[in-house]
Design a protein around this ligand. Structure first.
Ligand code: FE
Ligand code: FE
Ligand code: MG
Length: 174
């Protein structure tokens, strides 16, 4: 980043910001791949509706990774260069699907979103009042946080629809 631009980051080192954004960047790539692969392997009822949601979320996570990479570069940093670092830097990790069943897949992803929400809430707190160009960065973090909150809601709604549907079928057939 230009000298003038870096000079108005208050109370936090640009390098520290880069480090934190890189951790979030690692999370986004793993979240992207998790949704990508879940959408491929998912099986069971309402599969098509869930496929559409998972695919949309995969695209959102990739867009988040793009936003973070751009910001890291703007701050004079380098986005993680090797995928191995996604695992060492990630806060939320990667949950390999153990079952391809819709409910199991939704549960895994809901857990991932809950972790993402914690990460971005704490980033929002950390950066608060510390960086004034950073108005743009605060906006970016809160936009991503809003997406993650929406992701969790979408998945929870699908999960509830499915479990309710299954209960209804069971009572109809019972
Ligand atoms: Fe994300
Ligand atoms: Fe998300
Ligand atoms: Mg959605």
């Amino acid at each position: 980043m230009a000298k003038r631009g870096s000079s108005i980051i208050k109370g936090i080192q640009a390098s520290e910001v880069v480090e934190l954004l890189n951790k979030a960047y690692a999370d986004e790539w793993l979240a992207y791949y998790q949704y990508f692969i879940e959408a491929k392997v998912i099986k069971g009822i309402m599969k098509d509706a869930i496929f559409a949601e998972l695919t949309q979320h995969a695209n959102d996570e990739l867009r988040h990774a793009d936003m973070l990479a751009n910001r890291i570069i703007q701050l004079g940093g380098t986005p993680l260069l090797h995928p191995q670092e996604w695992f060492t830097q990630s806060s939320c990790g990667y949950k390999e699907p153990q079952s391809f069943d819709v409910v199991a897949i939704l549960k895994d992803s809901i857990q991932g979103e809950q972790c993402a929400i914690s990460v971005y809430s704490s980033l929002a707190d950390t950066f608060k009042d510390k960086d004034i160009i950073y108005y743009g960065q605060a906006l970016m973090i809160s936009q991503i946080l809003a997406d993650e909150v929406e992701h969790e809601e979408d998945l929870q709604d699908l999960h509830d629809d499915i479990t309710e549907f299954v209960t209804q079928i069971k009572s109809t057939m019972g």
